[in-house]
Design a protein around this ligand. Structure first.
Ligand code: MYR
Length: 185
């Protein structure tokens, strides 16, 4: 057999990225499996994944702002676009689209057609109530809270439950105006 042709720099980085992505996906799967063993109740696992995601989300904002050239967003609509297009790309490697806005402009959905977290995943029958990707809903909630937007985030569609896409609904509950830290005298 002829030796394989040497890979170009780009091809090597692409393979490293693929291996990292697979490792990340498998590691997440192992965490979910461990939680299912430890907590036994699927609802408890959902809560725990959401909480873990929330804790990550509140920390990710600093990294996001340091790495991206994004400046302060003016409103909820712009912030959700930034999360879907820049944040998801940076931390998950895919983008989401933002749709299904309500008339008040306070509820929308992030649609993911491709989700690396679920590569290789199939839910067994006894886990049908599991929101496997709940870490993502927590991340989004935590990140939004750090930019003063209190939200409720819920999965409306899930490919692991047979839907055609993942749909994460984001509802803005309260926007806390940021206070100017100095007194004007
Ligand atoms: C602003 O300062 O107004 C803009 C802030 C946008 C917050 C973006 C946070 C990104 C969090 C990434 C979510 C990744 C989900 C996988």
């Amino acid at each position: 057999m002829a030796p394989a042709a040497p890979k170009s720099g780009d091809a090597i980085f692409a393979s490293v990225d693929r291996v990292n992505a697979e490792l990340f996906t498998l590691t997440y799967g192992a965490i979910v499996r461990q939680l299912l063993t430890d907590l036994e109740e699927v609802e408890e696992v959902n809560k725990q994944l959401d909480q873990m995601g929330y804790n990550m989300g509140v920390r990710l904002v600093d990294e996001f702002l340091a790495k991206s050239n994004v400046t302060r967003c003016v409103d909820f609509r712009e912030t959700t676009e930034v999360i879907a297009k820049v944040g998801f790309k940076m931390f998950l490697g895919v983008t989401a689209s933002v749709t299904n806005w309500d008339s008040e402009g306070t509820t929308c959905s992030l649609i993911l057609e491709d989700n690396p977290l679920v590569d290789f995943v199939e839910l067994p029958d006894n886990c049908q109530g599991l929101h496997y990707c709940n870490i993502l809903s927590g991340v989004v909630r935590g990140a939004l809270e750090m930019v003063s937007m209190k939200t409720e985030v819920a999965w409306l569609r899930d490919m692991l439950r047979g839907d055609d896409v993942f749909e994460l609904q984001v509802k803005l509950l309260k926007q806390v105006p940021e206070e100017y830290p100095y007194k004007d005298d």
